[in-house]
Design a protein around this ligand. Structure first.
Ligand code: NAD
Length: 486
């Protein structure tokens, strides 16, 4: 299976106005295979000039192209075809994603690609179900609202779920008649370029969707501050989210931010321990912890602490770490050598702070890949750096608690508020805790579930605005009020 992709040429140019385009002076940057450290492809590098071309193409497609003027049902039909084309190219997309991110092929086949198709299909059905209202204003008038697209949407995405997180933005934006310029993360640009190819194959109008791979501080910054965009939607770190807001402020551009997290995952003493431990392990070690909603702070009731720790160590022992293209691999490498160094620095810091290293805490094999062992710390205090800062790697902090008040105080003692999970058989406690946790998503007796139908986003410094579900209507449309004198 690996042969099929490595022998084929990846799409590596910029996709602008419905055509592959070289960057000025043929400028390129390398994207690596994190499992080997080798160059996977050299990709055309957009900077300010190329971003400008892409925004102009999207602007023209919005102002005078077919896409926003198509009947909504027609846009829906094209989105259905894109969903089908994603499924037709599923194997290839999964391999591209695994090669570029280092994510196990079983994950890209089961999660990334099917959910990307499902997201397009969900918004295909939504395209003609978004409309305004008539409103009983005072006086001899008929008043109504129209729901109109925002215009040109800039989308900037991270490297942990490159295809999927792009579709969270691109599918609803297109469904509601916007045009889009997408800047994928420089570490993982290949699946976004493949998506452009797939959209064209499915009949999407030229200029409606443009892709400009490049670095954050050049291409990303140029896109966020470009006067020709009407909104910027961003998924990435809280730190860069601040920069995006500052750049967008120059032209008072609308911003939507999906940022970092340090999600509490709680195991009460009456939980179904087997299921809770399985979820706790999956909640931090899936995608080797490079998940914004990772349950990185595991709050465990003292009464079950020993049993939970034992279960976690056993679960970790069974994870197979290795070649992402091997169907049996459960854990791949981290995305880059720099990121692995960063994760390791946090582990060293945890030891210095007095947390007890239970397992892991070192580079994994093979040496040339960016592997890191699944790592568990016990005796963590919630004020420690490893419990407060987003590590974005396979590092779990186990924090013991005795009563609910103490738990809630600590669980909410973080600048983040993306997600939370809890395990208990007591329905009142479950709902009381779910209400009290400051997070955009709370999972009860399950963890890490996503669906295109359910709104997703953060409280506090984890961002604002909501992706997915009907919530995307608010994000990707604007309301016009029309008064008619009678
Ligand atoms: P990052 O913030 O470093 O980069 C994200 C994107 O922003 C990349 O495309 C990058 O090139 C671009 N960028 C960087 N600097 C920029 C600038 N000055 N102006 C404009 N664009 C710029 O994030 P990452 O390292 O790629 O991803 C990891 C982070 O993403 C974590 O913090 C994680 O929690 C977060 N994340 C959040 C969600 C969510 O839904 N809330 C989902 C996935 C990842």
């Amino acid at each position: 299976m690996a042969q099929a992709v490595t022998e084929r040429a990846f799409a590596t140019e910029l996709w602008i106005g419905g055509a592959w385009t070289e960057a000025q002076d043929g400028r390129r940057f390398a994207t690596l295979n994190p499992a080997t450290g080798q160059v996977l492809a050299e990709v055309s590098e957009a900077r300010e000039a190329e971003v400008d071309l892409a925004v102009k193409a999207a602007r023209e497609a919005f102002e005078s192209g077919k896409w926003p003027r198509r009947a909504a049902a027609d846009r829906g039909r094209v989105l259905y075809r894109i969903a089908e084309a994603i499924e037709r190219h599923a194997d290839e997309l999964a391999e591209i994603e695994s090669l570029d991110t280092g994510k196990p092929i079983q994950d890209t086949r089961r999660i990334d690609v099917p959910l990307a198709a499902a997201t397009f299909r969900y918004y295909a059905g939504f395209a003609d179900k978004v409309h305004g209202e008539t409103i009983p204003a005072r006086g001899p008038f008929l008043t109504m609202t129209l729901r109109e697209p925002m215009g040109v949407v800039a989308a900037i995405t991270p490297w942990n779920y490159p295809l999927l997180l792009a579709t969270y933005k691109v599918a609803p934006a297109l469904a509601f008649g916007n045009t889009v310029v997408l800047k994928p993360a420089e570490q993982t640009p290949l699946s976004a370029l493949k998506l452009a190819e797939i959209c064209a194959e499915a009949g999407l109008d030229a200029g409606a969707f443009n892709v400009v791979p490049g670095h954050g501080d050049s291409a990303g910054a140029a896109l966020a501050r470009h006067p020709g965009i009407d909104m910027v939607c961003f998924t990435g770190s809280t730190e860069v989210g601040t920069k995006i807001m500052q750049a967008a402020a120059e032209h008072n551009t609308r911003v939507q931010l999906e940022l970092g997290g340090k999600s509490p995952h709680v195991i009460f003493e009456d939980a179904d321990l087997k299921a809770a431990v399985r979820a706790a392990a999956f909640g931090i070690f899936a995608n080797v912890g490079q998940v914004c909603t990772a349950g990185s702070r595991l709050f465990v009731h003292e009464a079950v602490r020993e049993a939970v720790l034992e279960g976690l160590v056993q679960a970790v022992g069974k994870f197979r770490q290795g070649d992402p293209l091997d169907a049996g691999t459960r854990l791949g490498p981290l995305v880059s050598a720099e990121h692995r160094e960063r994760v390791h620095r946090y582990v060293e810091r945890g030891k210095e702070e007095g947390a007890r290293l239970v397992t892991g805490g070192a580079f994994g094999a093979p040496e040339q890949g960016f592997y890191y062992l699944p790592t568990i710390f016990d005796d963590v205090n919630n004020r420690m750096c490893i419990a407060q800062e987003e590590i974005f790697g396979p590092v779990l902090s186990v924090i013991p608690f005795r009563d609910e008040d103490e738990l809630l105080r600590q669980a909410n003692d973080t600048v983040y508020g993306l997600a939370a999970g809890l395990w208990t058989r007591d329905i009142q406690r479950a709902l009381r805790t779910a209400k009290a946790l400051q997070a955009g998503t709370v999972w009860i007796n399950t963890f890490g579930m996503y669906d295109p139908t359910t709104p997703y986003g953060g409280y506090k410094r984890s961002g604002f605005g909501r992706e997915l579900g009907a919530a995307a209507i608010e994000e990707f449309t604007q309301t016009k009020t029309v008064w008619i004198g009678l």
